[in-house]
Write a protein that binds this ligand. Structure first.
Ligand SMILES: *Cc1c(COP(=O)(O)O)cnc(C)c1O
Length: 411
């Protein structure tokens, strides 16, 4: 409507009504129609997120002396994460605004470590499998680091290919737990061996797995070693706003020791307002995101997470069996909340388009062309509805070719 700031403000009730009107066209994620972008752990979780966020929406995590509450909450959230991910004595971390932020900070720490501790001069590079998240490309673009992507072996990182790409200027190697495209956990133990043998910095990107994998394991799931349990792992990223079911704007970045973490910190002394020290990229740090993460962790507890993640596992198992019975091939053996599946006789992008007509906003894989789901607890109640709509969409898509799908902007 108005493209400039209105001269006269409107009452909140009217403004709120306009916002609800705008949201009417959004995906019906509360009904379970989104399997990307949103994690829906139920109304109880959403209510805690909102109330805790609102309580601290104005507070600023930049000032721990002014807000010891937030400092304590962040400390406890980080400690909870480290305990779940086998952080050893002395391990350290921080909250960030999201996975991209956590990854940027880990790369920055690894870069400064390479320069200051190992004395590497000249151009630097980072070695990662094709399936690792583009956030690493973003970090490398910002810091002018060469990106070396290596081929996959059966959809997983190939330690041999990665070793062949490594040299003295390699600041980091990466494994995902799991990778976003297929939901598969890379062979972290083998990457850890490589890291130890060649004295490399191994980062495990557990952005989408860090807060589900430990609980799936507690529930009896078959999850291979993927965290600080593997001695070669020096840093990890794990997003609270994904399977931690926290409000958006919350992630964690972890380091095996304070000695590694110190390379993440920014300190600027020569400034008229005095010395400024920030642990992460952000200056102002949203109190709401910190408070909501703390509140969700403390209201769910281990049992709550196990229950919610049990629903994700159950939904994945129903959908996995269902798509196989319908002639799709599931890529690899997904153990967590993401799965991708493909078929040759009908174009999966065309099926994706048809599903969208029925209100489903899900994503896709491009190599191979496949369908992609990132499941939430809510999907247990709509798994059968999805499979029914998938039957219809597959029939409707026969003989058609769909446009390639993108994650993010530029649809
Ligand atoms: C989501 C994700 C990221 C990036 O996290 P954002 O919070 O979206 O910035 C990085 N790695 C993996 C594997 C992810 O799934």
């Amino acid at each position: 409507m108005s493209e400039t700031l209105p001269g006269k403000g409107a009452p909140w009730a009217d403004t709120r009504a306009r916002m609800l009107e705008m949201a009417a066209g959004d995906v019906k994620w509360r009904d379970g129609k989104a399997a990307v972008y949103v994690f829906n752990a139920g109304e109880d979780v959403e209510q805690v997120q909102k109330e805790a966020y609102a309580m601290f929406a104005s507070e600023n995590g930049l000032g721990p002396a002014a807000f010891p509450s937030l400092a304590r909450m962040e400390r406890e959230v980080v400690a909870n994460g480290l305990a779940l991910l086998h952080g050893p004595e002395g391990a350290a971390g921080a909250m960030t605004s999201g996975g991209t932020d956590s990854i940027l900070m880990a790369v920055k720490a690894a870069r400064d470590f390479a320069r200051k501790v190992r004395g590497v001069q000249g151009p630097l590079n980072l070695v990662l499998p094709r399936s690792a998240h583009p956030a690493f490309d973003k970090a490398c673009l910002v810091m002018e680091i060469e990106v070396r992507r290596t081929p996959l072996k059966e959809f997983l990182a190939d330690p041999q290919a990665m070793e062949a790409a490594v040299d003295d200027a390699t600041i980091m190697i990466v494994g995902s737990a799991p990778c976003f495209p297929f939901g598969l956990i890379d062979p972290i133990a083998a990457l850890g061996d490589l890291a130890e043998r060649r004295d490399l910095w191994l980062h495990v990107d557990a952005c989408v797995g860090g807060y589900i994998a430990p609980f799936v394991r507690m529930n009896g799931g078959d999850v291979p070693p993927f965290d600080f349990e593997v001695p070669g792992v020096r840093s990890m990223s794990a997003d609270l706003h994904k399977y931690g079911y926290c409000a958006k704007g919350a992630s964690t970045v972890f380091f095996r020791s304070e000695d590694l973490k110190k390379h993440m910190i920014f300190e600027v002394g020569d400034w008229p307002a005095g010395r400024m020290t920030t642990p992460t990229l952000a200056g102002t740090r949203p109190g709401g995101a910190i408070a909501a993460a703390w509140a969700i962790m403390n209201t769910l507890g281990v049992n709550g997470y196990r229950e919610k993640h049990g629903q994700v596992t159950a939904a994945r198992e129903i959908i996995e069996a269902g798509v196989k019975a319908r002639g799709f091939t599931v890529i690899g053996s997904p153990q967590l909340g993401i799965l991708a599946f493909t078929r040759d006789d009908v174009d999966c992008m065309a099926i994706l388009g048809k599903l969208y007509e029925r209100g489903w906003v899900t994503s896709a894989t491009s190599q191979p062309r496949g369908l992609h789901l990132m499941l939430s607890p809510v999907h247990l109640s709509v798994a059968q509805q999805y499979l029914d709509d998938l039957d219809w969409a597959t029939q409707a898509a026969r003989g058609q070719t769909g446009a390639a799908a993108n994650v993010g902007y530029a649809r």
